[in-house]
Design a protein around this ligand. Structure first.
Ligand code: BTN
Length: 247
C-alpha cells in the first residue's frame, strides 16, 4: 500500500459541508502548504460555476492548501497539473480505462465524467496569497444529473477499490505533477496534458463567456493554458474561461 508522503498534513473528517470551504478557512488562518482536508461525505459540495457537487459516502473528496512559488497569474495552470494527477491515479487502479482530459479541468473515462477539480484563491491573515485545490473523484458512485453522464472507478474494474487504496495514490500523484510544474514549468505539463486531451480537432461550443456563446474547432492549448478556438472565418481565438460542449 502507498503511504502518505511526509510533507502532507492530512486532516481526515467524517462529514463536512465542503472540504474546499474548510480548507479555505484554514488557509485564511495560516495553515501550512500541503495541508489536505479529506472527508468521507460532504453535505454542500461545491462545483464549478456555482454548481453543487453531489458527495455521497464512497466517493473521494479532498482539498489541498497550496502556496506555489510561481506567482498567482500562473495558478490556473494547476487545473492541468491536478488533472494529470487524477488521470494517473485512475490509470493506476483501472488500467484499461480510456482517459480523456476535458478542458480546462475535467477528467473523463469512456467519455463520462469521473472527477472534477475546483480551484479557489484567497489572501490569508498576513495578506499572503494561497490557493485551495479541491478534487472530487467518483469511486463507488456515479452521481446522476451531470451534463455528460458520470462514471466511477468501481464501474471500471471487477474487484472493488476503496478510498483507503486510492487516497494515497492520488496524493502522491498530485505531489509528483506539482513538482514537475514547479521544476520544469508549464510547457512540460501542457505537453503531457495534450497527450490525453479529449476532443481536440472537434467542433465545439463554449458557453459562459460574455457576451455570446462561441463556436468553432478546438485546435489546441496555448502556452498559458487557454483553449485555441479556430472560428469558421479562420480567426484563432484564445479562450480563458467557459464550458465546452461538443456539437
Ligand atoms: C466541478 O464542478 O467539476 C468541480 C467539482 C469539485 C468537487 C470537489 S469535491 C472536494 C472539494 N470540495 C468541494 O466542495 N468541491 C471540491
Amino acid at each position: 500500500m502507498v503511504s502518505i508522503p511526509e510533507r502532507i498534513h492530512l486532516l481526515e473528517l467524517d462529514v463536512v459541508d465542503s472540504t474546499n470551504r474548510l480548507a479555505y478557512d484554514l488557509g485564511f488562518s495560516g495553515a501550512k502548504p500541503w495541508t489536505i482536508v479529506h472527508a468521507l461525505e460532504q453535505t454542500s459540495g461545491r462545483g464549478r460555476r456555482q454548481n453543487d457537487w453531489l458527495s455521497p459516502r464512497g466517493n473521494l473528496f479532498l482539498s489541498a492548501i497550496l502556496k506555489p512559488i510561481n506567482g498567482p497569474k500562473r495558478w490556473s495552470e494547476l487545473s492541468f497539473v491536478i488533472s494529470l494527477a487524477v488521470a494517473d491515479t485512475v490509470a493506476e487502479v483501472a488500467d484499461r480505462s480510456i482517459i480523456g482530459l476535458k478542458w480546462p479541468n475535467d477528467v473523463l473515462v469512456n467519455n463520462k465524467k469521473i472527477s472534477g477539480i475546483l480551484l479557489e484563491t484567497g489572501n490569508n491573515v498576513k495578506k499572503e496569497g494561497y490557493l485551495v485545490v479541491g478534487v472530487g473523484l467518483n469511486i463507488a458512485h456515479s452521481p446522476a444529473g451531470t451534463r455528460y453522464g458520470a462514471t466511477c472507478i468501481n464501474e471500471l474494474i471487477s474487484e472493488k477499490s476503496s478510498i483507503k487504496i486510492i487516497l494515497p495514490i492520488l496524493i502522491k500523484a498530485m505531489i509528483n505533477w506539482y513538482d514537475i510544474w514547479e521544476n520544469s514549468g508549464f510547457l512540460e505539463i501542457r505537453r503531457q496534458w495534450l497527450k490525453r486531451a479529449h476532443g481536440l480537432g472537434k467542433r465545439i461550443e463554449i458557453i459562459g463567456i460574455a457576451p455570446k456563446t462561441q463556436e468553432g474547432i478546438y485546435t489546441g492549448l496555448s502556452k498559458d493554458g487557454r483553449l485555441v478556438l479556430t472560428k469558421d472565418n479562420g480567426e484563432k481565438e484564445l479562450v480563458s474561461a467557459g464550458t465546452v460542449t461538443f456539437v
